[in-house]
Design a protein around this ligand. Sequence first.
Ligand code: AMP
Length: 620
Amino acid sequence: MAVLQSAEPGESTAPHEHRLAVGIDLGTTNSLVASVRSGVAETLPDEAGEHIQPSVVHYGETILVGREAEKLAIQDPKNTLQSIKRFMGRSLQDADKSSLYDFDANSESVPRIITRQGSVTPIEVSAKILEALKLQAERTLGDELTGAVVTVPAYFDDAQRQATKDAAKIAGLHVLRLLNEPTAAAIAYGLDSKEEGNIVVFDLGGGTFDVSVLRLHKGVFEVLSTAGDTALGGDDFDDLLLELLLEKSGISTTASLSANTLRALKTEAKSLKELLSEHDQVKVDFSYDGLSIKTDVTKQQFNELSDGLLKKALLICRKAIRDAGIDLADINNIVMVGGSTRMPVVREKVSDFFKRPVLINIDPDKVVAIGAAIQADVLAGNKSQGEMLLLDVLPLSLGVETMGGLVEKIIPRNTTIPVAKAQEFTTFKDGQTAMMVHVLQGERDLVDDCRSLAKFELRGIPAMVAGAAKIRITYQVDADGLLNVSAQELQSGIQAEIQVKPSFGLSEDEVTTMLKASQANVQDDVRARSLREQKVEAQRVIIAIDSALAADGDTLLSDEEKQKIVEARENLYKTSQADNEDVIKEAIELCEQVSADYVARRMDQNIKTAMAGHNIEEYK
Ligand code: AMP
């Protein structure tokens, strides 16, 4: 008897078909691609058998990516673009002017770097790296990719995430989702141990530092808090050794050195640092373009030099733990990520700080790509059920401008994402047909103290009396941390929306500064908010009086009564120009007192008008 195979609608009849999906760790220094093959997540090698590709692109006669490009760094520094991740989603003003590249002064918000192949944006450079990784994966896996999970630092803001997504699109990759690097690392470890508890992910790469506090509960990761420094990484340790080498050779400044010599010295310092991870003492014999340095450097010397940078990193850890609302003692595991955590001094100091050993069993260079590959495998549908639900948090609150230049928070900081929240607002004036939606980021109460992300207008609101229209404003932050804001008038259904793509991003320092400012100014903010609210109320009362007087002031009021109301209104207007909250409040109360009879008469009048031509019996 023949056995017929059947399938539910939408379910594949070929259950073993595996969709090729990869995880990509697009790093500042190096990038990797990984995939789950036969149930095991592993990084994929290129034709030369290398798993780690330098994040370097050389623009010469042709465009070279990775190791081939890196080889040309000394010879042709201005056309060899490295550490380009630092410029992603940044404006030209934000770009690090100390870098060796020539920026096109005419570039508007996105910086353009001048190369032999014309000027290029950081997005285009990143796209070249991603394209090379895509080819590397397709060559190894033997087919086209269904999609990719690309990782980004936890502190990347909207602009930086969008820039990364755009780069992937240019590279021909279908992005299944962007994933925070620390979260990816936790997935790599979470697979092995299904334990519950709090995990700190300490990620010290080539150019950036991220620390995240995660809670693992029944296989679900929740990011409790994140902190970091987008300008702290292995490069800074290299610089310490570079300065030491210069000092030992009696050179007080790098100003006298050519770009090529400086580049060669940086390479020397980096390899010296890596050797010091294995040896107690290393001999330096450097000679380049007339500069010669012969000396010995000990691990002890290096450890002492590193002290300041490590103190900085541990201070950031302390802040992340505080933000997570837990104690140091509540932490069960510390996951080490990034090539720089190979430095013994880093492992020791972190372990001392947390008073427990740190996790290093997965290669710290590969752990992020491996976690991303596991996530890509789930998202591509290769797992029977989506086992992993990942939650990240917003670094700063998102709000909307309300009357009086105040900010109403819609989603508070540290809310887990993806998230959607809505709030209802109304019109301020009679007959108001448009409303400006001003999207803001930050912790302060006043618009001027927050960061403006976007503005758009909802038009076509049906004309109604003030306060009658219902406008729902919805903030939706997707799994990649991108914000979508929509506004809808509920009676007519008219709608407007915007995807927020700020023209340049916030550095981690700016985030810290904004948070500090909000804490320092709590008292001032409360006072300022209540004064502004009083001023808005005054304005509302004035508008209401004006429109009532214009409509029926002459018919319902005697001259004397009208005079009193006009005087109270004038008094309110005058007091609302000054900054005394109590006086404004009194003036509002006076207006209400003198117009109480008038309000009652108007109500009677309205009822009479509404009932005209009807019989009282109809209303019983
Ligand atoms: P990543 O951005 O994670 O690829 O990290 C690269 C950084 O790790 C560079 O600054 C490297 O110099 C550093 N690194 C790699 N291996 C070692 C090592 N054995 N000792 C010290 N630093 C290392």
